[in-house]
Write a protein that binds this ligand. Structure first.
Ligand SMILES: Cc1cc2nc3c(=O)[nH]c(=O)nc-3n(C[C@H](O)[C@H](O)[C@H](O)COP(=O)(O)O)c2cc1C
Length: 307
C-alpha cells in the first residue's frame, strides 16, 4: 500500500510538507499544489521554490501542473527537468474553483475531451517524462470523466488520480462511489483514490470495496489528523498530544520566521477548522477561537484546546 499526500493549494506547500514529514510518518509520495504551465519565454520561475529539490528531499514528490495548451506543458516540463531533474509530472484537471474553471483550466477542461487528449498526446509524443492526471468525475456530469478515461486509455500514463465528485459539487456531499465503480471498471490505468478518507475505518471500508487499489491519497483527513497515515499503516502513534504540540509549536515558529504574524494567524485559523476534529472542539468553541485577532491570544487559546 502506498499513501500519498494530496495537493492542497494554499496549504501543503513545501514548508508545510516538510513540517509534516519531520513529525509524522506514513506518507510515501506527494503531489505539489499546482503550478501554471507557460511557454518557455514567459515562465515565471520565481514561484518555483515549492519544487526546488532541496525543499523536497524527504518524500518523492511530483510537481503538479495546470493549464490547457499542449505546448505549454512540454515547455514547462522541459524547464523543470532541465533545472531540477524532475521526470514525472501530474496534470490537474479537477480544480473546481470558479476562476480556474472559467479559464478552461482544472475541472473546466473536463467537458472538452479533445483538449484533454491533445495535451496527453503531445506529452506522450514529445517527451519521455512520466505523466499522470488528477481528475474529478466531471465538471457537470460523470459522462465527461468517462469520455476522458476512454480517450486517455491507450496513452502511457503513470497513474490516474480520481476524486469522485463533480466539479459543481465542490466539496459538498460525499464521493459518488457508484459512479467511481464505473470509472474504475472503464480504465486499465493504475488508480490513485482521493476523497474523504478521514479515518482508519474509512480506509478499511474503501480497501474492502476496492482491494486492488494500492494507492490512497490523504488530504483533509491528514489535516484533521496528522497521525492518519501512521494509523492506517498500523504504526504506534504514542502520545498524540505531546507529539502534536511539538509539531504545532515548531511549525508556527517556522511560519513566523517566514511570513508576518498576520499571515501566520490566518493560516492557523484555516488549519484549526481541521485540528478541531483531532481535539474534539465544539463548533461554538471553534467560532470563539476564530474570532480572536491577536496572535498571542489566539496561540495561547489554541494551546488550551489541546488539553
Ligand atoms: C483547500 C484545498 C486545496 C486543494 N488544492 C488542490 C490542488 O492544488 N490540486 C489538486 O489536484 N487538488 C487539490 N485539492 C483537492 C485534493 O487534492 C483532494 O483531491 C480532495 O480534497 C479530496 O480528498 P480529501 O477528502 O482527502 O481531502 C484541494 C482541496 C482542498 C480542500
Amino acid at each position: 500500500m502506498r499513501l500519498w499526500l494530496a495537493p492542497l493549494h494554499g496549504i501543503t506547500n513545501y514548508a508545510f510538507r516538510n513540517g509534516l514529514y519531520r513529525h509524522f510518518g506514513g506518507i510515501d509520495f506527494a503531489i505539489t499544489p499546482f503550478l501554471p504551465v507557460q511557454e518557455t519565454s514567459k515562465l515565471n520561475t520565481r514561484n518555483w521554490k515549492d519544487v526546488w529539490p532541496k525543499n523536497n528531499t524527504a518524500v518523492p514528490t511530483i510537481p503538479q501542473l495546470m493549464g490547457n495548451k499542449p505546448e505549454h506543458f512540454v515547455d514547462t516540463m522541459n524547464a523543470l527537468h532541465d533545472m531540477y531533474g524532475y521526470e514525472a509530472f501530474n496534470w490537474n484537471i479537477g480544480c473546481p474553483v470558479a476562476q480556474v474553471v472559467r479559464r478552461r483550466r482544472g475541472c473546466g477542461i473536463m467537458p472538452d475531451p479533445d483538449a484533454v487528449e491533445a495535451v496527453v498526446r503531445l506529452v506522450a509524443t514529445k517527451t519521455q517524462y512520466k505523466f499522470s492526471v488528477k481528475m474529478r468525475l466531471g465538471l457537470k456530469q460523470p459522462a465527461e470523466g468517462l469520455e476522458i478515461l476512454q480517450r486517455i486509455e491507450d496513452y502511457p500514463l503513470e497513474f490516474v488520480v480520481v476524486h469522485p465528485r463533480l466539479g459543481v459539487q465542490m466539496y459538498d456531499g460525499v464521493p459518488n462511489l457508484d459512479q467511481f465503480d464505473l470509472f474504475y471498471a472503464k480504465t486499465s490505468h493504475r488508480i490513485v483514490y482521493s476523497g474523504d478518507v478521514f479515518s482508519v475505518d474509512d480506509y478499511h471500508t474503501m480497501k474492502q470495496r476496492y482491494p486492488q487499489i494500492d494507492d490512497w491519497m490523504l488530504g483533509r483527513g491528514l489535516l484533521r489528523d496528522p497521525f492518519l497515515a501512521e494509523r492506517i499503516k498500523g504504526l504506534p502513534v504514542g502520545d498524540i498530544r505531546a507529539r502534536f504540540l511539538k509539531y504545532y509549536q515548531l511549525w508556527t515558529d517556522e511560519m513566523l520566521a517566514m511570513v508576518k504574524e498576520k499571515s501566520t494567524l490566518a493560516k492557523l485559523k484555516e488549519l484549526w477548522h481541521y485540528y478541531a476534529h483531532l481535539f474534539h472542539v465544539s463548533p461554538e468553541r471553534l467560532q470563539q477561537l476564530l474570532r480572536v485577532n491577536d496572535f498571542d491570544t489566539f496561540f495561547g487559546q489554541s494551546l488550551e484546546l489541546m488539553k
